[in-house]
Write a protein that binds this ligand. Structure first.
Ligand code: GDG
Length: 495
């Protein structure tokens, strides 16, 4: 074992480890949760988290929006159930003052709307993967039809002064459907994933339709300045829009305000969770299995945008190029399965199985297996404990709207003995988290060098970088994201 690796372990080990739902039936029967003159927030997203499973699912949207669902608000979307027919009336449940209203989607619509246009056309294109894009007209028609069904089912629940806040790429045409059906409420849309420049959007046949539909909103929000610029460039080209210096333009007699409102996490709560999580059985089992080895951790949905094959290669390069880390480090990749019905996800899984096998076959010893890779989800509090134990948070997506894992990793660290965040320059989070080791995820050697640098980084540098990162993660919280976006929606002229 190298003296160099011993240092790392000593540093990490130096700090002791601290040991009512109310079913409400069909649409329209919900008792108004808020009275008086304040406007109500209506959140619309494809999936509505069941109140009892909040925080239990792998996915950034539900995590980031938990703070928007304040008492008195309404959260509307798909129930998660596939039925014979797509419903046009919603079922409602009241929990903690929030009304959750959901509809079922017909199996045949779901396949085309969700697995088809949303996840085999929009998702790859918006993550710059034109080669994976599968477009066909029936899928797009089903997408429009489901967006229309969402609009039809929402309308009976609406009050005149509701602020409607629609989320993400599955619902890009819903605002246009609401307008078509006569809705005059303020409507905002937030895109959680990247937007692409005109040269890329040009390959999407209904590109103009999509940009025009978003222009039915009063406010359109993005994670980064780059995404907003890409959207406005498309609006100029496709709609002849002429945005002013604050990103505002007029289309069809409506003023559309584009805004940048990066999403965040409830940092203080996550810090507490991570501290307590050291005591969970999972964290303790992980600790026992590692002994004094360093831990490199990746936590992602199993998705090709997350750069997992390239990340596995980078870990292999680390062991190859820096042999002093062999036997002294473990890489744990949690890759919770998602969208398993889409072909490219099955291909990815096989690819990762193969690469993990290659690396372990090459470097394992009878008492050390370098790479651990699991495809089932882990409980949120266990993940928090894993982050805290990890010497490196390896967050290397090829493209990502924001990436909340990067922020969670920072929040979970022990401030007097923190780990190092290695972050892709193509994650939206890299715009803010500049004190991370920023890497190009397409270059396994560069990522391996960054991992090596993180593993040997002196404690004072780790503390300085982490303190700067933590200040940022604490400042751009999920709550601030929600408040800022809703403030724009209340008053789009605000700059
Ligand atoms: C989209 C955009 C944007 C992961 N595995 C497990 C688990 N997770 C949690 C993480 C984190 C969330 O899921 C993932 O969030 P990300 O932001 O990293 O990624 P996406 O799901 O792709 O989210 C993304 C986000 O929307 C918000 O706008 O940042 O760019 O793609 O919270 O901890 N949670 C549990 N078990 C797991 O195994 N419980």
């Amino acid at each position: 074992m190298s003296p160099f690796a011993n240092n790392i372990m000593f540093d990490r080990a130096a700090t002791p480890k601290a040991p009512g739902l109310v079913a409400q039936g069909r649409a329209g029967t919900a008792k108004p949760a808020a009275t008086g003159t304040t406007t109500r927030t209506v959140i619309v997203s494809n999936r509505v988290p069941s109140p009892s499973e909040k925080g239990a699912t792998a996915g950034g949207l539900a995590v980031g929006l938990a703070d928007a669902a304040t008492p008195g608000s309404l959260w509307f979307g798909w129930s998660g159930r596939r039925a014979e027919e797509t419903a046009t009336t919603a079922e409602t449940i009241l929990a903690d003052g929030v009304t959750y209203a959901t509809i079922d989607i017909a199996e045949r619509d779901y396949q085309k709307f969700y697995n088809g246009f949303s996840n085999a056309a929009l998702w790859p294109l918006f993550h710059y993967r034109t080669g994976l894009l599968r477009f066909n007209r029936p899928d797009y028609e089903a997408y429009r039809a489901v967006n229309r069904a969402f609009a039809q089912a929402l309308i009976p629940l609406l009050r005149p002064d509701d602020l409607i806040w629609i989320h993400d790429y599955q619902l890009m045409t819903m605002a246009a459907e609401l307008r078509d059906l006569g809705v005059t409420n303020r409507i905002g849309f937030f895109l959680h994933i990247p937007f692409v420049p005109p040269a890329l959007l040009a390959v999407m046949p209904p590109a103009k339709d999509l940009v025009a539909s978003l222009s039915s909103c009063d406010v359109v929000g993005f994670q980064t300045e780059g995404d907003r610029t890409a959207f406005l460039d498309n609006a100029k080209l496709l709609l002849n829009a002429n945005p002013d210096s604050s990103g505002r333009y007029t289309y069809n007699n409506r003023t559309v305000q584009s805004v940048v409102t990066p999403i965040g996490i409830d940092a203080r709560k996550f810090e507490q969770l991570a501290l307590r999580a050291e005591q969970t059985a999972e964290a303790q089992r992980l600790e026992e299995s590692l002994g004094d080895r360093a831990l490199v951790l990746g936590v992602d949905r199993l998705d090709y945008s997350k750069g997992l094959p390239q990340r596995f290669d980078a870990f292999g390069r680390l062991l190859y190029a820096y042999p002093q880390h062999r036997r002294c480090v473990n890489f744990l990749q949690i890759a919770a399965r998602s969208r398993q019905e889409v072909g490219s996800y099955q291909t990815l899984r096989r690819e990762l199985d193969r690469r993990a096998g290659d690396i372990n076959g090459e470097f394992s010893d009878f008492d050390w297996v370098p790479l651990r890779y699991m495809t089932h989800a882990v409980k949120r509090n266990a993940i928090a404990g894993f982050y805290r134990r990890a010497n490196i948070g390896l967050v290397t997506p090829l493209r990502d709207g924001m990436n909340l894992v990067a922020k969670e990793y920072v929040a979970a660290q022990d401030q007097v003995n923190p780990g190092v965040l290695v972050l892709s320059r193509f994650a939206g989070a890299a715009d803010e988290l500049t004190e991370a080791l920023i890497v190009n995820p397409f270059d396994p050697d560069e990522v391996a060098t960054a991992m090596h640098r993180a593993l040997v980084m002196p404690l004072d540098e780790r503390i300085a970088r982490h303190a700067a990162l933590l200040a940022k993660v604490r400042a751009t919280t999920a709550q601030r994201f929600c408040e800022t976006f809703l403030a724009y929606l209340r008053d789009p002229a605000r700059t």
